[in-house]
Design a protein around this ligand. Sequence first.
Ligand SMILES: Cc1cc2nc3c(=O)[nH]c(=O)nc-3n(C[C@H](O)[C@H](O)[C@H](O)COP(=O)(O)O)c2cc1C
Length: 224
Amino acid sequence: MNDLTDSNYLKFPITIAITGASGTIYGIRILQFLLENNYKVELVISESASKVALDELNVSLSLNPEILKEQVLSYLELKNNKKIQRVLLNTWAHNDIAASISSGSYRTLGMIIIPTSMGTLGAISSGTSDNLITRAADVCLKERRKLVLVPREMPFNTIHLENLLKLSKMGAIIAPASPAFYHKPKELIHLVDFVVGKALDLFGIEHSMFKRWKEESREPAIFQ
Ligand SMILES: Cc1cc2nc3c(=O)[nH]c(=O)nc-3n(C[C@H](O)[C@H](O)[C@H](O)COP(=O)(O)O)c2cc1C
């Protein structure tokens, strides 16, 4: 079923998962864009994501969903001095396999796992559905909903490559965290925004996160 019609965009949520690959900043940034632009989000983070967030960004992301919600909202609001509607964000514990997004009957626009660790990639590829992230991804595959994976690893071993190919053949979109340079990035955030913008493109979501090829008229929007 293709739920990506205009009228559904603000009606149904997008599931965002952040796993323990390097690049928590991608996950935070896409949350910022979606919530500031009034998209509904279902958020789940892995245990490792919480550790990496602290290590890379010095940001606390709790595994308790209520605390996580407050942490994410206050972090984003503080960063950009912009109020976010509380109702837009639902947060879930990674082991809550009874969460709404664990069922295909709960409608979402699809799911973006950003960044995707090789561990989560392997679990989705083998269909273990052993936590809420892998189960929600499994649901997207079975319901033929959009599943965008943003893997971050270098180099890839053969298992990684086989898992990526297998998931691509099943309909998942593999959108690696490999920023381009043709938009002439000047700051770190421009590299981040290229990756985030490409993930948004895959959902058909309008944005100006980066200057497109041959688009001369404007500089990329810089979110704070
Ligand atoms: C600081 C840090 C950076 C990491 N970077 C990566 C990475 O880029 N890619 C990856 O696949 N795993 C990375 N890992 C390892 C994963 O966190 C680990 O495999 C974990 O079991 C993944 O669990 P998850 O998929 O449930 O998040 C990193 C771990 C740490 C602590």
